[in-house]
Ligand binder design. Structure first.
Ligand SMILES: NC(=O)c1ccc[n+]([C@@H]2O[C@H](COP(=O)([O-])OP(=O)(O)OC[C@H]3O[C@@H](n4cnc5c(N)ncnc54)[C@H](OP(=O)(O)O)[C@@H]3O)[C@@H](O)[C@H]2O)c1
Length: 278
């Protein structure tokens, strides 16, 4: 397997949660604006994955992109995280649920494979359980069968990740976590990811860190760079090795979020932002 950091993965992911009937339109807009990575989940409660598929189809029709230009990421969500609109038979084994969820995702997105398949969250708060192990093994089978290129886990504590890495020979390529500045921007998990060559995807970078967006140092940096505080946060995230997600519904913010890729922060500024909320 290629080392994670050299994988052909876009440097920003567009998140499609909570878009409901605007999902198709916003997915297409994100692609038109320049995003090449799309994050979704087969969890109707928070995502409308079939709407993502409609947005992709519209983008293909207009010729902006082809399937191979995109990085498509979806998730398997346990029944606990779902409402009644399940993408699998709840009476089936977890292995079967994983296969059914994947089949349904491929149908929603009119594709033969996704690029990344993520376990939405482990079944227990801190420990990697037997259920998680069965689910992960089923996800590995999906990967071996070519229905996903890579695998990942989300909403993991350091203990989950340590136990998982000890237990399985197939490590995740991605970790996707909510990233709180007040927890050192998830420093411990990021550090383990760095050691094990796992790409760390950070979400809620703006919504979980309002105090950072309001911080005078960030305001000063934003002014210096002729940027917005949100752009500074995304530039910081990238500088410390994260792959950021945004779920903006605004075209202007889409452009600004992508524009943050051109900002270069000094080492001192990065250190200062790293410790801002601790
Ligand atoms: N694995 C998981 O459990 C999990 C959980 C949550 C989210 N996610 C993924 O991560 C994606 C992103 O979610 P998120 O929690 O980071 O929140 P989000 O949905 O991206 O919300 C970001 C907020 O920031 C605002 N925003 C974005 N760019 C901005 C800018 N340049 N300037 C000012 N405001 C800006 C948005 O407002 P506007 O719309 O007005 O721009 C929105 O209110 C989701 O869509 C989903 O794909 C995964």
């Amino acid at each position: 397997m290629l080392p994670a950091q050299s994988l052909p993965v876009p440097d920003f992911l567009y998140g499609t949660a909570w878009k409901e009937d605007r999902t198709a339109e916003l997915t297409e807009l994100a692609i038109r604006t320049g995003f090449r990575g799309i994050d979704t989940a087969n969890q109707r409660r928070h995502y409308y994955e079939a709407g993502v598929g409609e947005g992709l189809a519209a983008a293909y029709r207009t010729g902006i992109v082809k399937r191979e230009d995109l990085f498509l990421q979806t998730k398997f969500t346990y029944q606990d995280g779902q409402d009644h609109r399940l993408p699998y038979d709840p009476a089936a084994s977890l292995s079967t649920q994983v296969a059914q969820s994947m089949a349904s995702s491929l149908e929603h997105m009119h594709t033969g494979h996704v690029d990344s398949f993520i376990l939405h969250g482990p079944s227990a708060r801190y420990n990697w359980t037997k259920d998680d192990a069965e689910t992960w093994e089923a996800m590995v089978k999906e990967c071996d069968a070519g229905r996903t290129r890579w695998l990942g886990v989300s909403n993991v504590a350091l203990t989950h990740l340590e136990q998982m890495l000890d237990y399985h020979s197939d490590a995740p390529t991605f970790v996707q976590n909510r990233c709180y500045a007040r927890l050192g921007w998830d420093r411990d998990v990021r550090e383990l990811c760095r050691k094990r060559d796992i790409i760390y995807q950070g979400f809620s970078l703006l919504t979980a860190n309002k105090e950072v967006l309001r911080h005078p140092f960030v305001a000063m940096l934003a002014e210096q760079h002729n940027a917005t505080p949100a752009q500074i946060v995304f530039a910081f995230a990238r500088s410390v090795g994260m792959l950021p997600l945004t779920g903006t519904s605004s075209e202007e913010h889409m452009r600004q979020d992508l524009g943050s890729r051109n900002l270069v922060l000094t080492g001192d500024a990065i250190l200062k932002i790293e410790s801002i909320a601790e």
